[in-house]
Each structure stands twice: as structure tokens, then as C-alpha cells.
Design a protein around this ligand. Sequence first.
Ligand code: NAI
Ligand SMILES: N[C@@H](CC=O)C(=O)O
Length: 814
Amino acid sequence: MQVLKFGGTSVASADTIRQSLAIVAAAAEQSPVVMVVSALGGTTDVLIGAGRTAALADTAYRETLNQLEKRHLTAAQDLLAPEAQQPAVALIDAQFDELRHLCDGIFALGELSNRTLDRLMSYGELLSSQLIAAAAQAHGLAAGWADARQLIQTNSRFGMAEVDVAATENQVAEFKTHNSDKIWIVPGFIAADAHGTTTTLGRGGSDYTAALLAAALGAGKLEIWTDVSGMMTADPRLVRSARPIARISYQEAMELSHFGAKVLYPPTIQPVMRRGIPLWIKNTFAPADYGTLVEVSPPRSAAVVQGISSISNLTLLNLEGSGMVGIPGFSKRLFAALARERINVVLITQSSSEHSICVGVSAQDAAPAQVAVDEEFAHEIAAGRIEPLRPEKDLAIVALVGENMKDHPGISGKLFGALGQNGVNIRAIAQGASEKNISTVIRAADVRKAINVLHEAFFEATVKQVNLFILGPGNVGSKLLEQLARQQSQLLEKLGLQVRVVAIASSQHCLVNEEGLDLTAWTAALAAAPAQTLAEFSQLIIGRNLRNSIFVDVTANPAAAGIYADLLAKSVAVVACNKVAASSEYALYARLKSLAKEFNTSYLFETNVGAALPIIGTLNDLTRSGDVVRRLEAVLSGTLNFVFNNYDGTRPFAEVVRQAQAEGYTEPDPRLDLSGSDVARKILILAREAGEVMEMADIEIETFLPPACLEGDVEAFYTQMAAHEAHFRALYDAATAAGKRLKFVARYADGRAAVGLQSIAPGHDLYDLRGKDNVVLFNTDRYVEQPLVVKGAGAGAEVTASGVFADIIRAARL
Ligand SMILES: NC(=O)C1=CN([C@@H]2O[C@H](COP(=O)(O)OP(=O)(O)OC[C@H]3O[C@@H](n4cnc5c(N)ncnc54)[C@H](O)[C@@H]3O)[C@@H](O)[C@H]2O)C=CC1
Ligand SMILES: N[C@@H](CC=O)C(=O)O
């Protein structure tokens, strides 16, 4: 004997019913089949709607019933040959007559009791099962209809009746002795109490019907046929990469189904587990798929965590107060008060200080729970020994499920680490001693992110999705987007990083696509996208709440630095080639670094000094490993090095500066380079990274520009440089006459830093520096005789973009 249950989607239309019957016919070739069926998909909701409308004295229920009857008649006509239709049509007519009478009664009374509602809902399964039985017979199957109300006996708790297992087993055994049909077709969900009054087993109860029959019959197996290929590792509506779990234990399936894996009605497992009957979850629309086999002891796969489940709409109730400490009986009273109101407790935690007990209940139970508990403890509350109950709303549970977790240290560490790195705050935790389930209570708004993060951590060791928000697609930004577009597949293949650019914002427009923008065609799309302020962009990043989010600032805009703190505090990583934040007042620099630490994320700005050269990284490696930086000597301006390497008086100085700007070495405002301010920012950042508490005002800047060059706008700057050509020529001639080269040098030693133009003699480490190169000489406790030298191209959009790219990868791999 085997029991096959078909859900609403599997019997929603004539086509799907035919498909389900074909599965049953094939199974019946092996052994007799009990086919348990749900109502035609959606019918139960329609019936409830009709009842509620009638109770509100609204005659619309009549049309609702007409439509529902039409649907059943159409199914009968589609399923049965014309000559076989008459009995089915008569049956449908008769059932709808009864339904109309029932609803007329509800209409007249203006009341819909649970008892009447059970009766009303039962017509869905009564109709579908009798129609399917007629179709099975018409297809030549040896099938008969069996009324579940004569098989399954319950108490009289209408709406959610409790099964009398012994009576049910007797009735099933009795029925079996008088029934020789090879296939029984049975309505799911419905039962009857000891007086024969119709009851129901709770929404989703058809699974339970099937499990009860399987247990009572000692079936060889129970199959639940549905519209997905098994129990999934996570809710596939939330996690794209969720996949079916092939084999799972009863305990694990029970945990997962209790925690929201809707594919199985939770009470279903108990009856088959009791008898050790294997339970298959199969897909009616893809019968060849393996599905999920639930059994006593599945072969142990390498997976420690079998699935991730969630329950939404949770409210935490926190009973708290010093009067609870060391006094027995508080929990008993709390739970008794909740039980009196029939409030189901979903989760319990208590701190070992005994100062508080926290329970999770469904949101709709929160208000009655609060009243009940505050009443129970009215005396203690009045005496100030405990606080009135504090409900915390809009929460959800996300749980890891797996029997192997108990033998495996580090699972909760990984769980908390993954959530923490993504700014998911955990409000409460529960883990039973059996360690089959580790539950975390988090904000409902974080559920999607949390489940995806955990799915990546536990099921997709090879792939991590990274979501980028890019501000300022100018010279560097555009190159970065080109590089990302070129490298996307490599990143996935080699590093397991699925890097998606979710948003690009210029100062005019903001282009967003949560699935990832097309990086080969963003320019035109951005130009057509709507406008957005910086504050709105920040809110967009926070509001989207995507896992592994990274904000990339490729502007030079001082205001952009103003949003870093909010982002870091939400665990959004910040990667910036914009130097404003790291060179602003020390307090902001220090705060951003500490926020990154506090919220387990990254604030990376390697390109602030020397573009993609590993200067900050080297300095960090030295200091973290205990070295002490004594002196830094450096050429840190690609622009100035390019200018002094190319200026020899044959072309005007201003023209060489224009060339540096055209080649993308200067700041968007080249006066920052020529004035020495940009170099001052860089040595300030290095000094800070070396451990110095220093402000911009502490840097001595010796500018070589005549003051007039810095008056007015950028065009005036070029005009004034042209007017002062003799000044630049004189600087050049003096250095050349001494056999030296001009270098704009930055120095840091003994807590002081200075920048200025110097004539460098041959043989000096700074002398032989080509093109737009930068160089940094690190003199440290370990590098005493010879400095550690980092040298190479220190400016240019392409290299800078590659440095930003490298920081993105660092942040992604944190
Ligand atoms: N060019 C280089 O060699 C290096 C540049 N950097 C830094 O890279 C940054 C960018 O430089 P470039 O790309 O050359 O400048 P850019 O001027 O070409 O690009 C900056 C872009 O940011 C946009 N922008 C400004 N404010 C904005 C806002 N509020 N919202 C959105 N977009 C905004 C601008 O419209 C522009 O398109 C600068 O901070 C610079 O210091 C760092 C190292 C080397
Ligand atoms: N304008 C800068 C670019 C990098 O920071 C420079 O010239 O070095």
C-alpha cells in the first residue's frame, strides 16, 4: 500500500488532474494506492471569502459560488467524455445547492462560526475528490471514492481539530476490510468528530490526512506531490540559488517545516516518523526530478546545515525586572497566562542572570499576550518589581537546521560572523540542546539579506555575491566600470565573486538595477535616468539592504565624504579614491576607521596615495607587524613629477600642466596639484596611517607657485602660469645648472611633515624618477641602512581604477 497526496496546484485544472492521475496509475502497477487530494487550487480561499461575505450581509457570495460552480463544471467537461459527464454534473449541482443553502443560512444569521466554516470549506475537497474519482474511473482505473470523514476522527475543535489516532486507525482498518478498490480517492483536509460533524485539520491539512492514512495502513511509502522539486535549502522566493535537499531526516524536515518551509504541513511528519514510513516530496510537473526523501537516517552528506528557514511576523515579548531574580515560578506564570489565551510560543530565551525572559509569538497574538501577561503580573508591576511587558514588533526568525550541527563546532560562529559582517543585528538567539536548530531573531526587513548571506556561507562556499554602488563615473570611475565589465567572469571563476554594479550615480543622474546593471551600456542609460541627491543615494544603498554592499566613491566631492559614516554604521563597505575624508579633520578620519571596525566592514582608500601603488598597504603591513616608521621621504604627485620631467623651457610651463590634465593625472581641479595641497593631503594620510595624530594645518606647504596663479578660477590659473613663465624657467635653469632635477618632495619625520620643491642631485633615490611616477622611501626600525622603496606610476585613470578595483576585492573578501 502507498499513499500519494496531490496538492491544490496538482489538481488545479483538467490538465493537471490528468497528469496526477497518470502518476497514480503508474504507481498502482506496483501496489494499491490511496490518492489524497486537495481542493482545486484556490478553492478554499474562495469558499472562505463567500462565507465571510455572506456573514456581512453582502449578496456577492452568490456570484462567487456561481463562478466556483462554473469552474468545477468546466473541469468536469474537460476531464470526462460527454456520455460520462452527467453523473458528475449532477453531483456538482447537488453540492452547490447545499453550499448555497449553507451560505444563505450564514447570510440570514449574519454569523460564521468555526463549525460552519469547517463545513463550508469541506466542499472544496469533497468536490475535487469526487470529480477526480469520476475521472479515474472514466480512464479505466479501478478507483473508488472514500469519504475522509468516515476514516479520520477528531475532537470537536472546529477550525483546527485534533486527531484521535486510535479511533482513526480502527476506522481505517475497518474500511480496508470492506474495500477492494486498487485505488482509493480520498478528500484531504477534512475529518469528522465523534458525532459525525465535519471538522478540518488546519490549512495545509491534506498532507496530514495523507500521513495519518499512511500510518494507519502501514503504507510502504508516502508521497507528497506538489509544484516544487522537494524541500529546498531555503525559500526559493528569497534565495535564487536555493536547491532541493535530496535526503533528509524526519527531525530535520520537521524543523524546516515548522520554520516556514511551506512545502510540507508540519504535523505531517509525526505519523509517518512513528511508523518509519519513508516520505517523498515530488514535483507533479517534473516527476523525473529526484525530489526530497525524508527518512529515518539518511546517508550523511558533507552538509552540516541542511536548510535555512524563516518565520516572519514575529513579535518578541520581553518580561524583565529585578524582582524575577532567584524567585521560582515566574516562567510558569508567564507561560500559563499565554496558554490561557491559546497563544502559541514560537521561541523562548532567558538570560542566565534570570533578569529577563523573552518569548517570540506571532504578531497577531502580541496584543492579547500583552494584556494577559500584564494582568497576570499586575501586582509585581505595581510594586515596581517587574516592568510591564515590552513587545518588539516587525521581527522574524531565521534558523539554521541540520542534525550534524551538534558534532560540529564553529557553526554559530560562522552564522554570527556572516550576519554581523552584513549589519544584521540579532535581537535574540535560541538553540536547543539537541542542536538541530539555531534560531536568530532579526528585523523583518533584514530577512532577505540574512537568508542570502547564510545561504552563501553554508551552501555556496564557492560563490559570494557582491553589490556595488558607484558614485562619480568620471575619468577614474569610467575606467573602473570598464575594468569591472572585462573582469566579471574571471572574478566569478577564479575568486568566486559575483560582482554586480547595482547603481551608478553621477552628479546629475542615478541608474539602478538590483539585478546588476549592464556594464557595456550604462552611459546612455545613466543619461536618461532620474536625478538623485547624495543623501538619497545613501538612503538607496541602506534601503536596498543588499548583502555584501560596497559604496565606491570615485568623485573628488567633499560632500561625498559626509555619507561614509552612515554607510559604515550599516556595515556597507566604503572604498574611496576621493581623498577628502581621510585628509579631513583627524576626528572624522579616526571615526570612520573605528566605525569600519565596529561594524565588521571595510573603509579602504589605498589609491589616496600613489594611485594603485601598494603604499598604504605596505605601511600597514610594517606597523601591524610591529615595525616603527621613523621617516618617510617621497614624491607623491604624479602631476608634478610629470610636469618637472617634461618641462625644459622649450614649451611653456602652463602647456605642460595642461598636458598633465589632459592625460588624467591632475585632480579635477589642477590647482590642488600645483599648489602642493594634494601632496600635503597624501603625506598627512601616510603620517596618520603611521600612527600620528595630525591635522592638515600641521603640514608645512612650501609652494613654488606665484600667489597670483591661485587667484581666480582654473582658466585664470592657466593664464597666470603663462604670465609667470619666467619664474618657472628660472627654477628649471637653476636646478639644471647645478646638475640637479626638480622634484616636489614630501617628508615626514619626528611627528612633523613638510612638502615643497627641491633640487635633487644624481644618485639620490628620488633623482631617477620617470614620467608620472611616485616613490616612497620608508625608513623604519627594520629598514635602517637602506629604505624600503615603493615606486611606480602614481597617477592616471587606468591605474587608479585598478587600485580601486583591488580595494573592492579586498572589501569583498573580508
Ligand atoms: N586621476 C588620478 O590619477 C587619481 C585620482 N584620484 C582621485 O580620484 C577621484 C576622481 O578623479 P577623476 O576621475 O579624475 O575625476 P573626474 O572629475 O573625472 O570624475 C569625478 C566625477 O564625479 C562626479 N561627481 C562629483 N560630485 C558628485 C556627486 N555629488 N554625485 C555624483 N557624482 C559626482 C563628477 O561629475 C565627475 O564625473 C578624485 O578624488 C581624485 O583625487 C586618486 C588617485 C589618482
Ligand atoms: N592628481 C594626483 C593623482 C593622484 O592622486 C597626482 O597627480 O598625483
